[in-house]
Design a protein around this ligand. Structure first.
Ligand SMILES: [Mg+2]
Length: 441
């Protein structure tokens, strides 16, 4: 029996529910529903006009309905009268295939047919900036190597503590908070878990950080590269694949601690990286972060070539510990559901075709890249990434041609809109268009 939201509302004194979904561009959209109406909404869903969001629909399409997943319920720790729910979109009684949460569930289903489940954790970096988005909030945060700076971290103690307290209360098991490599940049880590739960939490985390920052008179941004001279906002994921309680990625006899299955999965990721960039680095601004020149701190901490290694942060994939790997490609504008869905889809191709990722490289890739001219490079801009996605047999098969077509159609309309007055140039300052369209990603 699914949980009865009406009853839960009474017990937990929830007055309103946010029935939410995330569209293809990662925008979080909701209806605020009084608790008295939640019973019907749990059955039928909340109505939305799809064309009004970033989904490939027309104004003539039927209403779509967001059917809340009661297992995703989060009572807002900072406003207990509100309960947040992730929902799955349906239209004319059928799931909306080109919608991110459904896309992820489809990949989870395919993986589960092999009796496997992916667990993951995400590291969402963000900046605290001024209201207008032009400068950092902390004027004293000017060190050239500000990473882990205790004073700059503690000047934001009130906000960081409030966010971390919320995660403790929600049972996410947060374990560390720090000042990151760019001035004004922070990261907060919580425990890894099943990929769908991580994706829902990732969506909620961004909402929570932005909301609480506002409460403290600040603005938080996950934009990939708001300041061209500073390290960008990455969103690395740590990945392992399990059968129940057994980590199928772990092999203690292997030098790096990974199993054959893990290497095949890795092979799938590396085989599809260029096309996956269209999901993992989905904005025009994303391409200021990858293939970028060194920043003020001395490194970009983001990849440019497709390679993997042991515990070494200059490569796209790092194996920091036995039984898991870290994919360092994604940035703060990536859609939380498409991150997980893309990883599973590519990993599954690797498992099915027993793809070999080749030997790990143990060099400093930021300096030694010229020694490896044959390594595949990451796309240089969003157009290249979209072209790669369009021609990716593996991803077209994994998600369905229509779903990928919808995504590309919307992305192309966005690129067209940018190009009316702009030319993408990494050497030029971040454009107003990029700020207007990406600061609140
Ligand atoms: Mg980080």
């Amino acid at each position: 029996m699914p949980k009865n939201l009406s009853k839960i509302a009474k017990t937990k004194k929830i007055k309103y529910f946010l029935i939410s979904f995330v569209d293809l561009f990662g925008v979080l959209r909701s209806k605020l529903v009084p608790a008295q109406a939640i019973g019907d909404m749990q059955k039928d869903g909340a109505g939305f006009a799809g064309f009004a969001t970033w989904l490939d629909m027309t104004p003539a399409d039927s209403d779509m309905f967001g059917v809340p997943d009661p297992d995703s319920l989060i009572q807002l720790p900072w406003n207990k009268e509100i309960g947040w729910l992730a929902s799955d979109l349906y239209m004319d009684g059928k799931p909306v295939k080109a919608s991110p949460r459904i896309m992820l569930k489809e990949q989870i289903k395919k993986l589960s047919q092999k009796k496997l489940q992916m667990k993951s954790g995400v590291e969402c970096e963000y900046f605290l900036i001024s209201e207008d988005g032009h400068s950092l909030a902390d004027k004293r945060d000017i060190q050239s190597k500000p990473c882990y700076d205790q004073s700059a971290l503690m000047r934001r103690y009130d906000l960081i503590k409030e966010i971390c307290d919320c995660m403790l209360e929600m049972g996410w098991k947060p374990y560390q908070n720090d000042h990151e490599d760019a001035n004004g940049q922070f990261e907060m880590n919580w425990d890894y878990t099943d990929s769908l739960i991580t994706a829902d939490r990732h969506v909620f985390f961004k909402f929570m950080v932005k909301s609480l920052a506002e409460k403290h008179g600040l603005r938080a941004t996950f934009m990939p590269k708001p300041f061209s001279n500073l390290t960008g906002n990455g969103c690395h994921a740590h990945v392992s694949v399990w059968n129940g309680k057994i980590n199928k990625f772990l092999d203690n006899k292997d030098q790096l601690g990974l199993s054959k299955l893990a290497y095949n999965f890795l092979g799938g990721i590396m085989n599809n990286t260029q096309a996956l960039s269209a999901f993992f680095n989905p904005t025009i601004n994303s391409y200021r972060r990858i293939n970028a020149p060194p920043t003020k701190s001395g490194a970009t901490w983001s990849p440019s070539s497709i390679s993997y290694t042991g515990n070494n942060r200059t490569h796209m994939i790092r194996i920091p510990d036995r039984g898991r790997f870290e994919l360092r490609l994604m940035d703060g504008s990536a859609n939380p559901y498409l991150i997980q869905a893309g990883i599973i889809a590519a990993g599954l191709e690797g498992i099915n075709k027993k793809l070999n990722p080749g030997k790990p490289l143990h060099c400093n890739m930021y300096e030694d890249y010229k020694k490896y001219p044959k390594l595949k490079k990451l796309p240089n801009d969003i157009n290249q990434a979209i072209n790669m996605l369009q021609n990716s047999k593996a991803l077209l098969k994994a998600f369905g041609t229509d779903v990928i077509k919808s995504y590309i159609k919307l992305k192309n309309s966005e690129i067209k809109n940018f190009k009316v007055r702009n030319v993408f140039n990494k050497r030029k300052p971040v454009s107003q268009w990029e700020k207007d369209n990406t600061l609140d990603c």
